[in-house]
Design a protein around this ligand. Structure first.
Ligand SMILES: NC(=O)c1ccc[n+]([C@@H]2O[C@H](COP(=O)([O-])OP(=O)(O)OC[C@H]3O[C@@H](n4cnc5c(N)ncnc54)[C@H](OP(=O)(O)O)[C@@H]3O)[C@@H](O)[C@H]2O)c1
Length: 322
């Protein structure tokens, strides 16, 4: 089968489209013909893997252990293992599985997979899981969120666009979104109650305070955001570069001080995917797609994602047809 081969670390150019062994589903797995995927920031980070070298402990020290790239998928079930009961050949599905930049991927029935929302195309569905599941899990340190005032910094990214919608329509929080001038209307249309242009206004100096500040792009710091937090408020960052000191800061601020810092730990969970599917079908969540590329353009797509400038998600078309 055709797949994006990722067998060494480096710039996006190390990726190539080539042949990979066709996966065979085990008893508890389904075989999905992948029609669409995305290039996520996580995918781009794994390719280069220089910024966060510690991540190589998980992805392979000298070379990537997983030699087919990709994370999110949407497609159609082609075959099922003998013990699979929830899915059938022909079902349209979406989800998260390593190796999704390929014509086929196998996924455990109990893994992060769900029926594709009837209201979305395959390309749209592929752009749902990563941002929404990461936003849901990263926001956990601030639960319960109902009625709270939440500022989302980096609101136009994949995690940011997801967080704004989940906070406004699912958690019923008051949302202030901070983004680039060009994305103000988009972010407002996602449900933000207030939007701030990060180039026109420094939210840390306007005198307003929030119960939660969610840095969805990992560019701020607890120190700078502290004065914009209400007493008892929490600052959450997604920046894994903070891995070294946020846990210590989190511990220190938990027991001392009136404002807390927390590291948002992203997790992919099937129950969260099922929740987001329901929100999509209820019209409370929609994927934001910036650009779409063909599989052969994966290097260009990865370069764009690596720029850190994308709005929402970047789709990768894997196969066409039924
Ligand atoms: N904690 C975890 O478990 C976990 C898991 C996966 C990913 N992550 C991290 O999460 C972060 C966000 O991922 P993502 O996919 O949502 O990112 P993304 O979609 O690539 O974010 C792009 C957005 O960030 C904005 N941005 C860029 N630089 C900015 C700055 N200095 N200040 C404010 N906004 C800025 C851009 O706006 P402009 O157009 O204005 O530049 C763009 O809208 C990444 O850093 C990734 O490493 C964390």
């Amino acid at each position: 089968m055709r797949a994006v081969i990722h067998d060494r670390y480096g710039p996006p150019e190390v990726l190539r489209v080539g042949d990979a062994a066709m996966p065979v589903p085990k008893a508890d797995e389904v075989l999905v013909r992948v029609h669409a995927s995305t290039v996520t920031r996580g995918d781009a980070m794994r390719v280069r893997s220089t910024e966060y070298r510690f991540s190589r402990l998980f992805t392979g020290i000298r070379r990537p252990r997983q030699t087919v790239a990709g994370t999110e998928f949407a497609g159609r079930i082609e075959d099922i293992g003998a013990a699979v009961t929830r899915f059938h050949p022909g079902d349209e599905v979406f989800g998260v599985e390593g190796g999704a930049h390929a014509e086929y991927v196998t996924v455990r029935e109990t893994g992060v997979i769900a029926p594709r929302p009837a209201t979305l195309t395959r390309e749209e569905a592929a752009a749902v899981p990563d941002g929404s599941l990461l936003a849901l899990s990263c926001l956990q340190p601030a639960n319960p969120l109902r009625g709270k005032s939440v500022l989302v910094y980096g609101a136009a990214g994949s995690i940011g666009t997801a967080a704004v919608q989940l906070l406004a329509h699912h958690f019923e929080a008051g949302v202030t979104a901070v983004c680039d001038t060009k994305d103000l209307d988009l972010v407002r249309s996602l449900g933000a109650h207030d939007v701030l242009d990060r180039f026109a206004e420094d939210f840390t100096r306007n005198g307003k305070t929030y119960d939660v500040i969610f840095d969805a792009v990992g560019k701020h710091s607890f120190r700078r955001c502290r004065r914009s937090l209400k007493t008892g408020g929490v600052f959450i960052t997604v920046d894994l570069g903070y891995m070294y000191h946020v846990p210590l800061l989190a511990l220190a601020t938990r027991f001392a001080g009136e404002k807390r810092a927390a590291l948002g730990i992203g997790r992919y969970r099937q129950e969260d995917l099922l929740l987001v599917k329901e929100l999509v079908e209820a019209g409370k969540y929609r994927p934001v797609i910036d650009r779409s590329y063909d599989l052969d353009e994966v290097v260009e797509a990865t370069r764009y994602v690596e720029s850190g400038q994308k709005t929402g998600n970047v789709v990768l078309r894997i196969t066409s047809g039924r």
